[in-house]
Unconditional design. Structure first.
Length: 759
């Protein structure tokens, strides 16, 4: 929300009351309570009339400071906030001088200036991260547009801002206005399916605006040296996260709002869908699956999109008998082929379905103020929306999913959840519809994920489009409706990097693009990008996405990169386990991995897949690609497929055919390489090869080999002494394993704790 008219004026009708003095500053147990006046208090007469703001400083976990600002304390309904499932009561230190009071939590401190001249300074040690000062914190009155509270936090010279959810606009958010409201807008606009009111700074700190409802962000736009965020109402709540690195910030964020559980290993394989509006039945599905097998293209999951149900009746959880007369037997036949099964669902019930009358009669759908069911024709004619604030409605919805899982369904694609009304609607628990709009997607995914946990245990997984802050607790998420062109492929990557910068460990996208029919070159390049993402799915709108319908070479590309991903699974699954423990995502922006390299600050066409592996998708039909390899000048990176060496600390230009792309391994790394390329879920510790890349003489590198249950099968270290390489297993065990340096490979060791050879 833009309140000012340039540097000096306000928008017509705006009255602004800025915090100008910390009139009282009191330490109360583990918090500081401030009475901030909107004008200097020179004499007792100045204490008459307001407004004033009560500002409370506290800490929900170590290294995080929470700032709660409030004008009227009881004039608005119950506030909804972001779930902080990891909140604790950390030890804080409060110190005081004549001029300041300071609250310290771990490495993070906030200094409050007493008296005239409003100032909150956030420090990590002696380093100033950001501050709220002159005309930063304000209470705004704007007639019919309502009252607002805003904060403006300082940006320093050269500072870049990232995140704010899955944003397909430029990766660096400076200069943008971002509205924190979930919408079904596709990837080609400023709207987002997954709003997250969190931003990450290139200077190694983060800010989470702890609000469920709409928040407006002006990032170096209204004020070029500040990030402004505001909400309509009488209060505003935010948290500042210490670093010092981006990984540390994301770790603290996910420690507070929750970390992702580990998706099962089979989810990392290739997913194939029927696509959206295509004509299909059991024969079509079986043909696709059998043809994939005949062409030696491994498939892990088959997904049935919307029309597994009857038209006009979504979502009633009933198979369309015309195409699927015996669904349970069909699912058994597909599972016998080694496949997992996914079904499309959404939280809307169409009027034509018999379930609608049942849900409406029992009060399971959102209502209008007059007590009648809220309905719309936008999407399914006459549909209602399941009210997940009603425990009985949630249990009813989950019961239908239990029935499908009993049939043989393994997971669900939780589509939609963004088109949730805010006007003329009443929730079962009385929640404010405006505040519930973003949280609805969270409740929807939580309801589905939790019933899957009850039935499937650690095998639970969803494929979700909408979510909100803390939604990383219900993986996996994908990028939504993108176009079939290179520009949309690039914007999809920007959206994924923005989301993972907000603590989402796993992310995917529609290989080939959703809308339109992908040209062969685009399809093949998107296959490469898709298989080098944490999760990989072929999906489209009006055309099948099987590769032989594009061209024969697409089959070769899909086969090669699917098998490559399977070989990488001992590495990738280890990275996934680490992500669940630290919060650092599997796919991560260059600046997150290399915060000290200024060349990485703006990079958004390449990323890291775990720390050692750099991926640069090809966004041209010709195969030309420019990419940057970080590190000190002369540090050699190695191409994973060809073994070619490239110097770090500089840009490179290459041309790749469709069976290659820039996949570079950082010097001093060990990549565990699997012994099968047929499937993603296998015994990673059996037959593994430890591939060593540019390990300096006298140096060492650690390795981890995971187990399918998410534990560590083995960990150890590789040490180089001259031409001698020695790998030692310090924990667990490897079987039939070997060591590889360049093209040279050691003999296979049946079992044991140490293996050496000269390379």
């Amino acid at each position: 929300m833009k309140f000012t008219d340039g540097q000096w004026l306000l928008q017509p009708g705006v009255t602004a009351h800025y915090a100008s003095e910390a009139y009282t500053v009191d330490a109360q147990d583990d918090r500081i309570v401030i009475l901030a006046t909107s004008r200097p208090i020179k004499h007792r007469g100045d204490t008459l009339q307001g407004p004033t703001l009560t500002v409370v400083l506290s800490s929900p976990i170590e290294g995080v400071v929470r700032v709660s600002c409030e004008h009227y304390s009881h004039s608005e309904g119950a506030r909804l906030h972001i779930p902080m499932v990891g909140a604790t009561k950390p030890a804080v230190q409060i110190t005081e001088t004549d001029t300041h009071m300071t609250l310290t939590s771990g490495a993070l401190s906030v200094d409050v200036k007493k008296g005239e001249g409003w100032s909150l300074v956030f420090r990590e040690g002696s380093r100033i991260l950001t501050k709220s000062d002159w005309r930063s914190l304000g209470y705004i009155q704007w007639g019919a547009k309502g009252n607002h509270v805003h904060e403006q936090l300082l940006l320093q010279v050269g500072e870049s801002i990232y995140g704010l959810g899955e944003r397909f606009t430029p990766w660096v958010k400076n200069g943008q206005i971002v509205e924190n409201v979930n919408k079904d807008g596709g990837t080609a606009c400023e709207q987002a399916y997954k709003s997250v009111p969190f931003y990450l700074s290139s200077r190694g700190y983060g800010v989470l605006v702890n609000e469920a409802g709409p928040v407006s962000f002006e990032v170096a736009s209204e004020k070029t040296t500040r990030v402004q965020f505001s909400r309509e109402g009488e209060s505003l709540d935010y948290c500042v996260f210490a670093g010092p690195t981006p990984k540390d910030v994301i770790g603290r964020l996910t420690a507070l709002t929750g970390r992702s559980p580990l998706p099962p290993a089979w989810t990392f394989g290739l997913w194939l869908t029927t696509s959206f509006t295509t004509q299909y039945d059991e024969a079509t599905v079986t043909h696709f699956i059998d043809e994939m097998a005949r062409r030696d293209m491994p498939l892990a999951v088959f997904h049935f999109d919307c029309f597994w149900m009857r038209e006009f009746q979504w979502c009633d959880f009933e198979w369309n008998p015309k195409g699927f007369p015996e669904p349970e037997a069909m699912l058994a036949r597909l599972r016998a082929k080694g496949l997992k099964i996914s079904l499309w669902i959404n939280p809307y019930i169409a009027q034509k379905s018999p379930l609608f009358a049942e849900a409406a009669a029992k009060g399971y759908l959102l209502k209008r103020p007059n007590g009648q069911t809220w309905q719309t024709d936008l999407w399914q004619p006459g549909m209602g929306i399941v009210d997940f604030t009603n425990p009985a409605a949630t249990a009813w919805y989950q019961g239908h999913l239990r029935r499908l899982m009993a049939m043989g369904v393994d997971c669900f694609k939780t589509d939609f959840g963004e088109r949730i009304p805010v006007d003329g609607v009443v929730y079962h628990d009385g929640s404010d519809p405006v505040e519930m709009h973003n949280l609805y997607a969270l409740q929807y995914n939580e309801a589905v994920f939790k019933v899957m946990q009850e039935v499937k245990g650690d095998e639970a997984v969803v494929f979700a489009r909408s979510t909100y802050a803390s939604g990383q607790r219900f993986p996996v998420h994908w990028g939504g409706d993108c176009w079939s062109n290179f520009e949309s492929m690039a914007e999809s990557l920007r959206g994924g990097l923005s989301l993972t910068a907000c603590g989402f460990a796993f992310w995917s996208h529609d290989i080939g693009g959703f809308e339109g029919k992908p040209p062969p070159a685009l399809y093949k390049r998107w296959i490469q990008f898709g298989l080098m993402s944490s999760h990989s799915r072929l999906h489209g709108s009006s055309s099948y996405r099987v590769p032989w319908l594009v061209d024969e070479e697409s089959c070769d590309v899909l086969r090669a990169f699917t098998r490559l991903k399977h070989r990488l699974m001992p590495y990738l699954f280890g990275v996934a386990i680490e992500a669940t423990q630290t919060g650092v995502p599997v796919m991560r922006a260059m600046v997150i991995e290399h915060p000290q390299d200024p060349a990485c600050v703006t990079l958004d066409r390449q990323y890291h897949l775990g720390s050692p592996l750099l991926v640069a998708p090809v966004f041209t039909e010709s195969g030309e690609v420019d990419f940057y390899l970080p590190g000190p000048d002369g540090g050699a990176w190695t191409h994973l497929l060809s073994g070619q060496k490239r110097a770090g600390g500089r840009w490179h230009k290459e041309t790749h055919d469709f069976l290659s792309m820039p996949l570079y391994v950082a010097p001093g790394s060990v990549i565990p390489w699997g012994d099968t390329d047929l499937r993603p879920d296998y015994d990673f510790a059996h037959g593994v090869t430890l591939r060593v890349f540019e390990l300096a003489d006298g140096a060492s590198a650690d390795f981890v080999v995971p187990a399918l249950d998410g534990s560590i099968a083995a960990r150890g270290r590789v040490v180089r002494a001259g031409s001698r390489y020695t790998a030692t297993v310090s924990e667990g065990a490897l079987r039939q394993w070997s060591l590889q340096v360049g093209e040279q490979r050691s003999s296979v060791l049946a079992s044991g704790g140490s293996l050496s050879f000269d390379a």
